[in-house]
Design a protein around this ligand. Sequence first.
Ligand SMILES: [Fe+2]
Length: 176
Amino acid sequence: MENYFEKIQKYLHTGHAEEMDNRIERLRKYIDEILLNMKDTQERRCGYLHLYGVSQTCAFIALKRNQDVELATMVGMLHDLHSYKVMNTENHAEHGAVLARQILEELSLTTEKETDLICSAIRNHSSKAATHSAFDEVLKDADVLQHYLYNPLFTVMEQEKCRLQNLLTEFGIKRI
Ligand SMILES: [Fe+2]
């Protein structure tokens, strides 16, 4: 029997099973299994919101900057997965990169070069004050944008203000 997520996915993709056979959906299925096994329902909710929220903002920013939208969607889903899986954020960028490599290799989803690209972005994503590669920057900006879009009425964290302002300017948005 189809589970809830398969039903949602089929609904979103007008029921065409072949639409589900791509790397993003194969990775989503794997990540859903990890999130569904989280005991703490509040943390599970946060995991879904943040990982898939960042995945979507990654896709949007990647489209704007001519970066690989497929890999950007995937890196967003993976970037904080380790933190939610073990419920510990200590050194989470490094641990997240290791877990991402393990998953991508286990699922044989990406080439070595693609895996390196994804893992580098995850490894560097906590260094918001520094600038890394164009693909790394997509993830950092997407992380900040998701925090903001969760509730634009919340006060923006000091360390995210500059990056958010630059991002809004890039998208032609005058103020926050
Ligand atoms: Fe994040």
